[in-house]
Design a protein around this ligand. Structure first.
Ligand SMILES: C[S@@+](CC[C@H](N)C(=O)[O-])C[C@H]1O[C@@H](n2cnc3c(N)ncnc32)[C@H](O)[C@@H]1O
Length: 287
């Protein structure tokens, strides 16, 4: 039986592909990579920010299904993915990188690692799901080596929708008339719906300046903030979710669309202006 193997290089075509042994599922993964379209589109930016090296130990906090962990492991000495979710340690580790990585289930804020263990820490889409940001930052700082790098990936919400509440364009007024009952009263209401939908503990998305301030207060030096995803993709996702909510009463998620990857890649290529939507924070642990 033909088996799909993962490459030892990071390939953005099928980023995050972890073979399961099931032919059709693996064919799909091998062609389109991890299921979440946004992660797939952001993968290149996130990996560039982490910039894994052969002599480095890297920690992927709240690693979910381990798609970033696996890719980072290919280019590092060791990468450990930790998550509170049960079954994390059951994710199949591909043979080609089996001695470069592992998954560990952790409970909450206390990490089972000595001080100054890691060269780099990645926390992608984790801050929204945890209660006490500062407590976690101090634990991440503890396990990072001095001068080590912390990469946080976070969203600042849906800026195109916030803008529409402010500027009230004609189609927005039209939607309000058509969906009079379900229309969120203001942007903060829509933000709460989004957060509930994605299981976030916060009711509000932190903006880059707030997060930079919190990082500085918790022992991280100057933070560089990069935007990821173009304004075309950001607008599309924001409006798709907003109109989906008005029509169906819930937020349509984008994970099920990896096969649109190639289409959005072309969109990304032609739409160079970034959307103030997904941010990558790169901070240095200072002594
Ligand atoms: C939105 S997912 C992000 C997964 C992955 N990092 C990504 O970017 O696709 C958030 C993850 O954080 C994990 N998580 C939430 N609270 C946690 C905690 N206290 N400790 C470790 N992981 C946690 C969740 O189980 C979940 O897998």
């Amino acid at each position: 039986m033909f088996k799909f193997k993962i490459s030892s290089d990071i390939r953005f075509r099928n980023f995050g592909f972890i073979p399961s042994g099931y032919f059709l599922r693996d064919l799909y993964g091998w062609l389109f990579g991890h299921r979440n379209l946004i992660k797939r589109l952001q993968a290149r930016d996130i990996i560039n920010a982490i910039d894994p090296r052969q002599n480095e130990k890297i920690l992927d906090i709240g690693c979910g299904q381990g798609h970033f962990t696996v890719e980072i492991a290919k280019k590092s000495q060791t990468t450990i993915g930790v998550d509170i979710a049960e079954g994390i340690d059951l994710i199949k580790i591909p043979e080609t990188i089996s001695d470069q990585m592992k998954f560990v289930q952790v409970k909450g804020v206390s990490l089972p690692f000595k001080d100054d263990t890691f060269d780099k820490v990645l926390a992608s889409a984790v801050l929204g799901t945890i209660e006490n940001t500062e407590e976690f930052l101090s634990e991440w700082r503890r396990v990072l080596k001095p001068e080590g790098k912390l990469v946080i990936v976070n969203t600042s919400g849906r800026p195109p929708i916030a803008m529409a509440y402010k500027n009230q364009p004609w189609f927005f007024k039209f939607l309000r008339k058509v969906y009079i009952k379900k229309f969120p009263h203001n942007y903060a209401d829509f933000e709460r719906v989004l957060n509930n939908n994605f299981g976030n503990t916060k009711s509000k998305f932190p903006q880059p300046n707030e997060l930079k301030y919190i990082l500085a207060q918790n022992g991280f030096g100057e933070t560089k903030v990069e935007q990821s995803l173009s304004s075309a993709t950001g607008n599309f996702i924001a409006w798709h979710q907003f109109i989906g909510f008005l029509r169906k009463g819930f937020i349509p998620s984008v994970p099920g669309w990896p096969h649109y990857y190639y289409f959005f890649r072309v969109v990304e290529f032609f739409s160079k202006t970034p959307c103030d939507f997904c941010h990558i924070y790169i901070s240095k642990h200072v002594q």
